[in-house]
Design a protein around this ligand. Structure first.
Ligand code: DAH
Length: 370
């Protein structure tokens, strides 16, 4: 029995000293494996008489159990220690600032969108959104563009498969009662969705992607707009003028930027206007805020009462203005980017040149025009 005790004790001591899973496995094989020391002792049972076998058998089993338990315990200790070491080694301090060498750049469209949001947020506007896949009713009809209105042709609409037939003026039956689905041609349907889902007054902007089947230097099939909507009990053209003047001067960083409101036509506003900003085109170079030339920058007007009624708003109690402008165009003008198509080519060199540092989040306090 002494042999067994001393063997067991020396094995337990070795197990206690083992410092890796591999070393433990070697010890297990040396003790309990087919040719292990303990296994060797167990094999001597065969030559014993029944009485002795009973006593020693029980002792061997007890020793085996102790060794197996010691192996398990030590294995768990080693695993815990290895995990601790790994956690310490891979520790990330999330409070550290972003490394200066970070390579990512913010796309000019994202940057200008954030700038526009910062300016209007400062004026108390909140953000609204709508779906890119719109139905014919929200994109056109509810904006006072009935099925046979020529503006529908002008929008070069992308219809979803088979939906053009459903949208055809005479073909009310062709698409059944299902509204034709399309890619929204402007952000104006967000006005309708927001008014349907909320009670007046409203003061929102809605930036987003819009789609038209058109492509050249200054047109891409997908581009970006921001829609604005302000509805209250006594909002008038003076508010529209002041709000947009404030916006244009802030976004271009030109405090005395000249502008004019020019009469125009949109089905969803009455009266409608376009806003131009002062510029010079001397020598073919466009300069904002100089000279005596004009550049068209946005569409706007007083929301047509019919649009309010379509959206479920009582036009005898509520009135206000809306506007829409192209984000990509603002980015081109503000940052001197000549070709719109490059915006969407995902060329890393272009992005490195025209993109913005990730931490340059536009805020009015820090300045938008760095
Ligand atoms: N939806 C128009 C377009 O895409 C832009 C626009 C003009 C929006 C006047 C408006 C507005 O809200 O009042 O061409």
């Amino acid at each position: 029995m002494d042999d067994l005790d001393s063997l067991t004790n020396s094995l337990l001591a070795e197990i206690g000293r083992a410092d890796s899973a591999a070393a433990l496995e070697e010890l297990r094989i040396a003790a309990l494996g087919k040719k292990g020391t303990i296994t060797g002792l167990v094999k001597t049972l065969g030559a014993m008489d029944a009485e002795e076998r009973k006593v020693k058998g029980a002792a061997f089993n007890a020793a085996k159990d102790r060794i197996a338990a010691a192996l398990d315990a030590r294995r768990a200790e080693i695993a815990a220690r290895e995990l601790d070491a790994r956690l310490a080694f891979e520790r990330v301090d999330v409070t550290l600032p972003v490394r200066a060498e970070a390579q990512g750049r913010i796309h000019p469209v994202s940057q200008v969108t954030e700038e526009v949001i910062a300016i209007f947020a400062h004026m108390g506007f909140t953000l609204a959104e709508g779906p890119d896949v719109e139905d014919d009713w929200h994109n056109f009809t509810a904006l006072n563009i009935p099925p046979d209105h020529p503006a529908r042709q002008m929008h070069d609409t992308f219809y979803l498969q088979d939906d053009k037939a459903a949208a055809a003026p005479a073909g009310a039956g062709a698409g059944g009662n299902r509204p034709a689905l399309l890619l929204r041609t402007h952000t104006s349907p967000v006005q309708i969705r927001h008014m349907q889902a909320n009670r007046p007054p409203y003061r929102i902007i809605a930036p987003g992607r819009v789609y038209r089947s058109d492509s050249d230097m200054t047109h891409t099939p997908m581009f970006h707009q921001v829609e604005g909507l302000v509805i209250d009990r006594d909002i008038h053209m003076g508010h529209l003028k002041g709000c947009l003047e404030e916006f244009l001067r802030a976004i271009f960083g030109i405090p005395d930027l000249r502008y004019r409101l020019r009469p125009s036509h949109f089905p969803f506003t009455e009266p409608s206007a376009e806003m131009d900003i002062g510029c010079s085109r001397k020598g073919g170079v466009l300069k904002l805020g100089e000279g005596d030339d004009w550049l068209e920058i946005l569409g706007c007007g007083m929301v047509h009462p019919r649009v309010l009624e379509y959206a479920g708003v009582d036009s005898n109690q509520w009135q206000g203005f809306a506007f829409g402008l192209g984000i990509d165009r603002i980015a081109m003008l503000k940052y001197g980017i000549p070709d719109l198509r490059a915006f969407f080519e995902a060329d890393v060199r272009w992005l490195r040149h025209y993109g913005f540092a990730p931490l340059d989040v536009p805020t009015l306090s820090a300045g938008l025009n760095r």
